[in-house]
Each structure stands twice: as structure tokens, then as C-alpha cells.
Design a protein around this ligand. Structure first.
Ligand SMILES: Nc1ncnc2c1ncn2[C@@H]1O[C@H](COP(=O)(O)OP(=O)(O)O)[C@@H](O)[C@H]1O
Ligand SMILES: CC(=O)N[C@@H](CCC(=O)OP(=O)(O)O)C(=O)O
Length: 256
């Protein structure tokens, strides 16, 4: 069994930039030790949905997902983006294996209640099969997860990729000490959105609520930080939010 596990989540803005994604996958492939990649792809799904003239609506960083949108996000996340990332990692010498939650029944999710917001086919993670995860890691494979999970009764569910990353990291933490890194296009959580020099070095359960209340943290950063706080509280060794260009550096925002 492995001594440590690194779980990395890569966001949609980086996936959307072919050169940035290639650079990131090269750095990810070079990370030592057992590792797992979780990816988004929200930006690409939004573009495709708009071309198909489907209404795109996000509420607090989560996508309203009706049946038509579920088909689009499944094709984009579990299909195109997942396979491109797996192929890119193979090219970088990393033996990746792409898995939706339904594959090997590795992650199940529960559909969100329709109140107060009816998100449609959106789920919250229920269970991660950490033993299967361990067997894959022991075989030298690098699991790559999109945000598409299933309910075990035949329905696919769209989950927030940041929530997937935190749930997978908690599953991994049952196998070995686990570090979770959220990578995106900015240097970290910024105090001023326009100033990359304004990285907030540390956020805790006590310092977060005022940042949300005064709007310093908004949109997709809300689920990211809330998932990060949950992960550290429940046993992930460290969580950081940093630039995809600085995956291996000690940079960005640490969540404690
Ligand atoms: N304080 C903040 N610092 C950095 N980004 C923030 C902040 N508040 C809101 N954001 C927004 O959150 C976005 C990241 O969330 P999201 O788009 O869901 O990430 P990902 O790229 O991981 O998919 C940033 O692109 C930015 O627009
Ligand atoms: C329920 C929900 O909102 N799911 C997300 C899944 C993808 C994602 O999280 O992508 P990023 O990391 O690129 O934002 C969505 O469809 O946008």
C-alpha cells in the first residue's frame, strides 16, 4: 500500500486552454507517488449547450441539469474531456484510467431534493468505494474522474467536480494520508479579483463566512471552499487552492 495519495482537481477554464492543459498534465504526470485526478469541464459544456440552444442556468456554482442538459454534460465530461485527459496523460507516460461513478460502481450519488432549488439531475456524493480505489492504485493506475456519477438504479447524475474531488480525497484518506489540491486559472483565493498579488494565504472555518457574506468569495469559488473545509474537517491531511501552472509549488491558499 502506498504511503501517501495526492488528489488533484483541475477546473474548466484550464481544460478549455489546450496549451495550459498540456502543460498541467505534464506536471501532474511528474508528481511522485499515488495520485488521482478529478476534472471539471463546465465551460465547454456551457458552450455546447448554448450551441444546442439549451438554457444554461447556474445557482451558487451548480448547474440546473434537466434531461437534455444531462445528456450534454455526460457526453462532454464522461466522454470527450475525460478521454482527452486520459490520452494526454498516457502521452506523458502516466497510466491513467478514466472512470465515471458507474464504472466499477466506484462512486454513487443521491439526487438532490427539489427544495429549495430544483436542480434536476444533480447529485451529491453518497459513497466512494475506497477498496476498489486502493486496488487501482496498487495496480499502478491513475484514476481520472469526471463529475458524472450514478444513483445505482440506472440514473446518471451531474455532480459538482469540486465536491467529487473532496469526496474522493476522503475515500483516499481511508487508505493513506491524502493531500488535496484544487488547481484553477488564478493564483489562489484572491482578496481582489483583479489583483493576482492579493492571494489570501489561509482560510479557516472561522474566517470563511465573512468572505462569503461580503462577496469576496463568489460563484464557483463557493463550492470549492466549502468542499475544502469539509475535507480538512473530516480527515484529508491538507487542502490547497492554487494555479494550475504551479501544481508542484508551495503556493496559493491553504484551507485549515
Ligand atoms: N475570491 C476569489 N478568488 C478567486 N476566484 C474567485 C473568487 N471569487 C470568485 N471567484 C471565481 O471563482 C472561479 C473559480 O471557480 P470555478 O469556475 O468553478 O472553478 P474551476 O476553474 O475550478 O472550474 C474563478 O474563475 C473566479 O471567477
Ligand atoms: C452540478 C454541477 O454544477 N456540475 C458541474 C460539473 C462540472 C464542473 O464542476 O466543472 P468545473 O470544475 O469546470 O466548474 C457543471 O455541470 O458545471
Amino acid at each position: 500500500m502506498t504511503e501517501r495519495i495526492t488528489v488533484v482537481k483541475i477546473g474548466g477554464n484550464v481544460i478549455d486552454d489546450a496549451a495550459a492543459l498540456k502543460r498541467f498534465l505534464g506536471e501532474f504526470a511528474a508528481l511522485p507517488g499515488a495520485k488521482i485526478l478529478v476534472h471539471g469541464g463546465g465551460k465547454l459544456a456551457t458552450r455546447l449547450a448554448e450551441r444546442l440552444e439549451l438554457e444554461v442556468r447556474m445557482v451558487e456554482g451548480r448547474r440546473i441539469t434537466d434531461k437534455g442538459m444531462l445528456d450534454v454534460v455526460t457526453m462532454v465530461y464522461a466522454g470527450l474531456v475525460n478521454k482527452q485527459i486520459v490520452a494526454g496523460l498516457q502521452a506523458a507516460g502516466c497510466n491513467a484510467i478514466g472512470l465515471s461513478g458507474a464504472d466499477g460502481n466506484i462512486v454513487t450519488a443521491r439526487r438532490r431534493a427539489p427544495e429549495p432549488v430544483d436542480f434536476g439531475f444533480v447529485g451529491d456524493i453518497e459513497r466512494v468505494d475506497h477498496k476498489l480505489l486502493g486496488r487501482l492504485l496498487d495496480a499502478g493506475l491513475v484514476p481520472v474522474f469526471p463529475a458524472i456519477m450514478h444513483d445505482g438504479r440506472g440514473t446518471l447524475l451531474n455532480c459538482n467536480a469540486d465536491s467529487v474531488a473532496s469526496a474522493v480525497a476522503l475515500g483516499a484518506a481511508r487508505l493513506a494520508p491524502t493531500d488535496l489540491i484544487y488547481c484553477f486559472e488564478k493564483r489562489g483565493v484572491l482578496r481582489d479579483a483583479e489583483d493576482e498579488g492579493s492571494v489570501i494565504r489561509e482560510i479557516t472555518a472561522a474566517t470563511y463566512p465573512p468572505l462569503k457574506a461580503d462577496g469576496t468569495v463568489s460563484k464557483g469559488m463557493i463550492p470549492k471552499i466549502e468542499n475544502a473545509l469539509r475535507a480538512v474537517e473530516k480527515g484529508v491531511r491538507s487542502v490547497t487552492i492554487r494555479s494550475a501552472e504551479r501544481l508542484a509549488d508551495d503556493s496559493g491558499t491553504t484551507i485549515r
